[in-house]
Design a protein. Structure first.
Length: 106
């Protein structure tokens, strides 16, 4: 896979992650800053590290499964791994300006 193909796949990954929401927050997980890593290797395998706004989030399983299901639908990816991590701990500073505005933090 060349750099251009990888970039196009990464754009699709970001686009797809931008459709995943925590049901309790009206901003997508990408804008919230919950995605820590997007890695696509030379064989088109995707590895995503993500976190949650709180370790005890009752919707954790739903959100991770929604990410996985949506990412699996991207044509061109072979394997998809979504890893739930808690380090570093998420803070509101990780949100995009757009998310902060939407949630009234600006």
């Amino acid at each position: 896979m060349n750099a251009e193909q990888r970039l196009k796949l990464e754009e699709k990954v970001i686009e797809m992650l931008s459709t995943v929401y925590d049901p309790e927050i009206p901003v997508n997980i990408y804008q919230l800053g919950l995605i820590y890593k997007i890695d696509i290797d030379d064989d088109a395998n995707l590895d995503v590290d993500m976190t949650l706004t709180a370790p005890s989030c009752p919707m954790a399983d739903f959100i991770v499964q929604d990410c996985y299901d949506k990412l699996r639908s991207i044509e061109g990816l072979k394997e998809v791994k979504v890893n739930l991590v808690y380090e570093p701990a998420w803070t509101q500073d990780m949100m995009s300006e757009e998310a902060k505005l939407e949630l009234g933090f600006l």
